[in-house]
Design a protein around this ligand. Structure first.
Ligand SMILES: CC(=O)SCCNC(=O)CCNC(=O)[C@H](O)C(C)(C)COP(=O)(O)OP(=O)(O)OC[C@H]1O[C@@H](n2cnc3c(N)ncnc32)[C@H](O)[C@@H]1OP(=O)(O)O
Ligand SMILES: CC(=O)C(=O)O
Length: 530
């Protein structure tokens, strides 16, 4: 028999407390939709009454399946729940459940609330009763529970008991400062479950020791049946337990999957990676490549010895199958790789070279020489394709750059404003034709890019839809030998994206190399001939 674990997501509440994260109303509605489709049981939308956005959010229920949950503090000291505007805002919210945050550490009761311990217990009881009287499911986040328990176990337990006896469906033990370790969580949850049944206990862990996921799993093993977390581990300070990681572990690790079940179906699990990336996209954040289960590197193999084995049987270096969480296996080519990596990548590009093809050895040699100079092809798919095709002798000499120059000038414009203008001139030879183009840009690379692509004679049409969309610079080696690696991302006419790389001690030369690679790649793909 499996026990049901209830997933509680607080991305829209604790996640909104992440530095640098500001959700709009539309963001919150979109994220609630993703969570609902994923199969989480509770979506905590925010704190109605605390700000206009959250109040507006709770004018309607925003989930179909998941219980939409409003968060707020227990009633204020010195007034009844019926007379507390904060409680009124929670009760008026269109929510299925209300999650009250309550103090569970007597030190906080004394210092932060400045009230007697018994008054806090009464506030917990009254707040829970008010929610239940309005037909809401009530739960209590016992703030600082673990620190409180260590300082005064009797009082922490009295808070948990007060919430449970007042009718709270869930009593959630919070590691608010995130400093508790898994063995402590296991021992304390075991003790609390003698007072509040495990079926009514939850865990809310912060990641200040890097233990939030481990603490959540320890609490589940000790009896807790609700687990709180956020998408991609957003949250106050170092974040909350990463719900994406927890979902993967609960579903795929036999120790948990054989004993527990969640509302996430195998089909929804296979959308875990797209959901995680969609949140980053929405927040305009770079996804964490190394995130468990869903990161771009989570199933990427770089070392040659590993790649050779992965190609024989992926289980040799994978703890779960990437497809189960909607991720992909990748075998990378780099100076850490051998022919197995290279052949896997060539296969992905549709190039089937036999194991004994002598060109493989030559490609590997060129690749390792280039990487020694600072090139990195893991993120530069188009330059890697060109490298391979050049070794195969299949890249025509489309055009030669005879010279280029770029000038950056800071000057007053006609409106009397100080502006910086870059001007570039590029001279290229296409067959017998010599073409000279000049262009202005908002920076030297932009000016060169525009000038280079302004007139390429007979190749103008295939490159017409090319667009530079991202530009990354990395200085490496340091000192007088410092060199610059530039990665440039482009979108072509049919919307597909590719990246090229250039390396030089000079940032403009490195950029120019990446720009010309982009044109060679586009022409090659378009089937252009010299
Ligand atoms: C651990 C957590 O993550 S808890 C969630 C934290 N999240 C937030 O605080 C985000 C939203 N909060 C807010 O917008 C504001 O704090 C509000 C609107 C809720 C309250 O604002 P204000 O009325 O200006 O109060 P302020 O934020 O300065 O201080 C909190 C007050 O609540 C009291 N309080 C704090 N926790 C509780 C509690 N669990 N039960 C009752 N009262 C509490 C404090 O003692 C303090 O009272 P005081 O003003 O009499 O000193
Ligand atoms: C309630 C909450 O967010 C905490 O205690 O961390």
């Amino acid at each position: 028999m499996t026990a049901r674990i209830h997933l509680f997501d607080t991305t829209l509440r604790d996640g909104a407390q992440t530095t640098g994260v500001d959700f709009s109303l539309a963001d919150k509605i979109a994220i609630a939709g993703h969570l609902d489709a994923l199969g989480v049981d509770y979506v905590e939308g925010g704190y109605p009454g605390a700000n206009p956005l959250d109040t507006e959010l709770f004018r309607e229920k925003r989930t179909q399946r998941a219980r939409f949950t409003a968060f707020g503090m227990t009633k204020r000291a010195g007034r009844s729940a019926a007379n507390d505007p904060g409680i009124a805002a929670l009760l008026d919210a269109e929510a299925d459940a209300i999650c009250f945050v309550a103090k569970a550490w007597d030190y906080h009761v004394r210092v932060a609330l400045e009230i007697e311990p018994e008054e806090n217990l009464a506030a917990i009881r009254e707040s829970v009763a008010a929610a239940i009287a309005r037909g809401r499911e009530a739960m209590v986040d016992c703030e600082h529970f673990f620190d409180g328990y260590k300082a005064n176990p009797d009082y922490a337990l009295a808070c948990a008991r007060a919430a449970y006896e007042a009718g709270a469906r869930w009593v959630v033990l919070c590691d608010t400062n995130g400093g508790t370790l898994p063995s402590e969580v296991a021992a304390i949850v075991t003790r609390v479950s003698e007072v509040v049944p495990g079926d009514n206990l939850g865990i809310h862990a912060h990641d200040d020791c890097g233990c939030a996921v481990a603490n959540s799993l320890a609490a589940i093993e000790a009896g807790a049946r609700q687990v709180q977390g956020t998408l991609n581990g957003l949250g106050e300070r170092c974040g909350n337990a990463n719900l994406v990681t927890l979902i993967g572990t609960l579903a795929l690790k036999p120790r948990f999957a054989e004993r527990f079940a969640t509302g996430v179906t195998p089909e929804a699990l296979s959308r875990l990676t797209p959901v995680s990336r969609a949140i980053d996209e929405l927040l305009n954040r770079q996804p964490n490549r190394h995130a468990p289960y869903v990161g771009a590197s989570a199933f990427a193999t770089k070392a040659g010895i590993h790649a050779s084995a992965v190609l024989k049987d992926p289980k040799t270096y994978e703890h779960v199958e990437p497809e189960r969480v909607g991720n992909l296996r990748r075998v990378l080519v780099s100076d850490q790789g051998g022919k197995s990596n290279l052949r896997a990548e060539l296969e992905r590009l549709g190039l089937d070279l036999g194991k004994d093809d002598p060109r493989l050895g030559r490609m590997l040699q060129v690749l390792k020489e280039k990487e020694a100079l600072g090139y990195a092809y893991e993120g530069a798919d188009a330059s890697f394709y060109l490298l391979v095709k050049r070794v195969m002798g299949e890249v025509p000499d489309f055009f030669d750059v005879e010279r280029y120059s770029v000038n950056v000038e800071r000057r007053w414009n006609a409106k009397g404003e100080l502006t910086t203008v870059a001007e570039a001139i590029v001279k290229v030879r296409v067959g017998d034709e010599v073409l000279i183009s000049a262009a202005e840009g908002n920076g030297p690379v932009n000016a060169l890019d525009v000038a280079l692509r302004k007139d390429l004679g007979r190749y103008q049409e295939p490159i017409a839809g090319l667009e530079l969309i991202d530009f990354k610079v990395r200085i490496f080696q340091g000192g007088t030998d410092a060199a610059t690696r530039v990665l440039v991302e482009f979108r072509d006419g049919d919307g597909s994206r590719f990246t090229t790389v250039g390396v030089s001690p000079n940032i403009i030369d490195a950029s120019f190399e990446a720009l010309t690679d982009a044109i060679d790649y586009t022409l090659l793909k378009a089937g252009a001939t010299a």
